[in-house]
Structure formats: structure tokens, C-alpha cells
Design a protein around this ligand. Structure first.
Ligand code: SAM
Ligand code: SF4
Length: 399
């Protein structure tokens, strides 16, 4: 595995100038499986006597005959079914917790996966057990062929039928493509909205696009896609006085609100564990105005969900930092430049782009995927003294 984040030169808004092409002469995968000591896992199937036992070497050393056999399982027994695909690292907003005002050094165009390449990787992943795909970014709606991407991915047959395709978006441009996305097979939408105050929105995103986002939310509401979710990152001194307003907004728009604890994935590396708003505080603030009733077993869902009494709505808290759900994680991520990441916080990546472009077969791709999952650590380790934020910011990983 490599640490292969090679963005192009810094630039202002897209389009970005091309950077030096990625080298094409690469070795086919000779996977090294490493599991480092991290947090004690609570993962299903983990060995309670030796939580950091080495990965099952068989996942890495499969012959071409059996590379298609069995689920995509890691060394702690976690079966992977959920693929996140980042379609671009570019964005039309500059949320302060995600991107610097001047943007980032964008990926060079020639290093971004083509739609054919994305489809091929997704097809291989579906053969080894992936059933759902979430499209993200950057801003996925900036991909000019977004409707085609959805159509082609939804046409892939997974273990449980056509792949289930969802999207996380800031909703700008959504009103223009909503009907086509639905017709292409998109099944669900998560829209990110951290404030319902237009002026605050402009400050927080550094762009005057509040009304464009509202148009996108209206289009999503008018569509048949349900549940419609709204994601809000909780931030001290930014929106911690409007959690109840956000919930009222979501209820009024027939959406399910999910608060997300802010994670150390900002490009500016200014996140602090001491100042972040945690899930307990979010719930305390909501409870001042709403009567919340816990909803059953959360299963593998990252959100702890509550019914809002007196309404049909639910509200959830994704406490990725203070109550990590790593033990039930079933996700694998593909970056826009074709790097496979087994965790948001992974410090190593598997270079599928180079493999694809140097003639690797589908078996080689499947083998690299299995090796990556085989090396997945038990947890993100944010609380470890030696925790290091990944080189890639969230916008270049895909949230
Ligand atoms: N641009 C799209 C959007 O904003 O929905 C998709 C990409 S964005 C990176 C995906 C999600 O990650 C958004 O809901 C965003 O709020 C969230 N996010 C970004 N940076 C984050 C951070 N440091 N901590 C927690 N969530 C973050
Ligand atoms: Fe763009 Fe989404 Fe990051 Fe905001 S959170 S800057 S909308 S990628």
C-alpha cells in the first residue's frame, strides 16, 4: 500500500491546471498485510484474547481461482458491503471546517478516474460483495456526467440485485438534475446544511449560495426519494445556538436531520478535541425544546436515532469521535484519483488507478481490494496519543 495523495498545483476555482502525470510503470499488487495496534476493537468476529492479531493472510494471498469467493471480510470479521466513491475533489463551496478559502491543490485531471474506470472498479467490488454505493466528493454534482455515472452504477448487479445508489451533496445544481438522477436510479439523498441562517451560511461556506441550496432541497422534497436526510456538522461558536432551528427546518421539509460530530479532517488542521461539540451536548440542546425518544437498536447504522415526539420525524447523532462505530464499519472508499482507502482516517492507500492503467486484470483489482480490507485497522484511533490526521482533507477523501 502507498500514501499516494498527489494533488496538482494549487489553483483558485476549477478548472485546475494539469500537474505531472502519475507514473504508469507500476508493479502489480504484492499486498503487504499489516494491522497495527490501535484501539481495542468491539468488532464482531474479533478475537477477544488478541484484538490486534495479524490479518488473515489468506485474504491477501488468494489465488486467482478463489479471489472471487466469499465476502469482503477483514481480519476482525467485519463484512464490507458499502462503497463510497468520491467523484471529484472540487467544490463550489468552501465550508470552513472542510476547505481553505483559496481552495486546495486540485487533483490533476488526468489522474481522476474516468467513468469507465469507476464502473469497472464498482463491478469488481460488486462481485466481492458490495451492495450499496454512496457518491460523494468534493461536490459530486460538479461531475458533468453525474446522471450517466448513476445510471451505469445502478445497472451493475450486486449480490442483492442492482447496486443501491445514494448521494451526499450540498444540493447546489440539484434542482437542475433531480428528475434525471431519479430516473437514472438514484435511491436516496443526504443534503448537507449546517445553518438555516442565510448570512451565517455565506460566512460558513464563503459563498452566497443559500438560495441555490434551498432550491435543491425543494427539488429533493418534490422527488420520490425517501428518506431525505439533512446532515449538519455541529460546530462550537458557529451553529451550536441553532440546533433546534435546524431540527424545526428539517421537520418542516419532511427531512430526517443527522448531526455529525466534527472530525479532524479539515485542511487547515485546526480541529480540537477540547472545543468540539459532542453528541451528548447536541442531545442536551435539542432536549430543551423537543421530547426525544430513542429508536430501537441502531444495528450497523452510525447514527443514534431518536423519534421527535408529537411529529413523524426522527433526529440522529453521528458521534464519530466520542462514540465511534468502527466495530460495525462496513465501508470502503474510492477516491477520485483511484486510491482505495479502508478507513476515513487511513494513512495508507491502495493504488488502483495505477493498477488499472498498467493492464491489471479484474483478478488483480479484486486481490488489491481484498488486501486493503485485510489490512484494515480495528478503529480510527482519534484518541490515541500517536494519532495523525490523514494527509488528505475530507473533500479529497469523500465523506
Ligand atoms: N460536498 C458534499 C457535501 O458537502 O455534502 C459531499 C462531500 S462532503 C466532504 C461530505 C460530508 O462530510 C458533508 O456532510 C460534510 O458536512 C461532512 N464533513 C466535511 N468535513 C467534515 C469534518 N471535518 N467533520 C465532519 N464532517 C465533515
Ligand atoms: Fe464542499 Fe462538501 Fe467540503 Fe462543504 S463539506 S466544502 S460542500 S466538499
Amino acid at each position: 500500500m502507498t500514501t499516494a495523495y498527489h494533488p496538482g498545483r494549487p489553483s483558485a476555482d476549477p478548472p485546475a491546471p494539469a500537474a505531472a502525470p502519475r507514473p504508469t510503470a507500476v508493479a502489480l499488487p504484492t499486498p503487504t498485510v499489516r494491522v497495527r495496534t490501535a484501539q481495542a476493537p468491539s468488532s464482531p468476529g474479533a478475537d477477544p484474547d488478541d484484538p490486534t492479531r495479524p490479518a488473515d493472510a489468506s485474504s491477501a494471498a488468494r489465488s486467482s481461482e478463489d479471489v472471487w469467493d466469499g465476502p469482503l471480510v477483514d481480519s476482525f470479521g467485519r463484512v464490507h458491503r458499502d462503497l463510497r466513491i468520491s467523484l471529484t475533489d472540487k467544490c463550489n463551496l468552501r465550508c470552513t471546517y472542510c476547505m481553505p478559502a483559496e481552495g486546495l491543490p486540485w487533483l490533476a485531471k488526468e489522474n481522476v478516474l474516468t467513468t469507465d474506470e469507476i464502473e469497472r472498479v464498482a463491478r469488481v467490488l460488486a462481485r466481492v460483495g458490495i451492495v450499496e454505493v454512496r457518491l460523494t466528493g468534493g461536490e459530486p454534482l460538479l461531475r458533468p456526467d453525474i446522471v450517466d455515472v448513476v445510471r451505469r452504477l445502478h445497472a451493475i448487479e450486486g449480490p442483492e440485485g442492482p447496486l443501491d445508489i445514494s448521494m451526499t451533496t450540498n444540493a447546489i445544481r440539484l434542482d437542475r438534475v433531480m428528475e434525471d438522477l431519479e430516473a437514472a436510479g438514484l435511491s436516496r439523498l443526504n443534503i448537507s446544511l449546517d445553518t438555516v441562517d442565510p448570512e451565517r451560511f455565506t460566512k460558513l461556506t464563503r459563498r452566497e449560495r443559500f438560495s441555490a441550496v434551498q432550491a435543491g432541497i425543494a427539488a429533493a422534497r418534490a422527488s420520490g426519494l425517501r428518506p431525505l436526510k439533512i446532515n449538519a456538522v455541529a460546530m462550537r461558536g458557529v451553529n451550536d445556538d441553532e440546533f433546534c432551528d435546524l431540527l424545526r427546518f428539517a421537520i418542516d421539509h419532511e427531512a430526517e436531520l443527522r448531526f455529525i460530530e466534527q472530525m479532524p479532517l479539515d485542511a487547515g488542521h485546526v480541529w480540537s478535541r477540547h472545543t468540539m461539540v459532542d453528541g451528548a451536548e447536541i442531545l442536551a440542546k435539542l432536549s430543551a425544546e423537543f421530547d426525544l425518544e430513542p429508536v430501537g437498536d441502531r444495528g450497523s447504522s452510525p447514527a443514534e436515532v431518536f423519534r421527535v415526539r408529537g411529529t413523524d420525524a426522527t433526529v440522529g447523532v453521528i458521534a464519530s469521535v466520542t462514540a465511534p462505530f468502527c466495530g460495525a464499519c462496513d465501508r470502503v472508499r474510492l477516491t477520485a484519483d483511484g486510491q482505495l482507502r479502508n478507513c476515513l482516517f487511513a494513512r495508507e492507500e491502495s493504488d488502483l488507478l495505477s493498477l488499472l492503467r498498467s493492464g491489471g486484470s479484474d483478478e488483480d483489482v479484486a486481490r488489491m481490494i481484498r488486501a486493503s480490507i485485510g489490512a484494515k485497522r480495528p478503529g480510527h484511533g482519534i484518541d490515541d496519543p500517536g494519532f495523525l490526521q490523514p494527509d488528505r482533507p475530507m473533500s479529497a477523501i469523500g465523506g
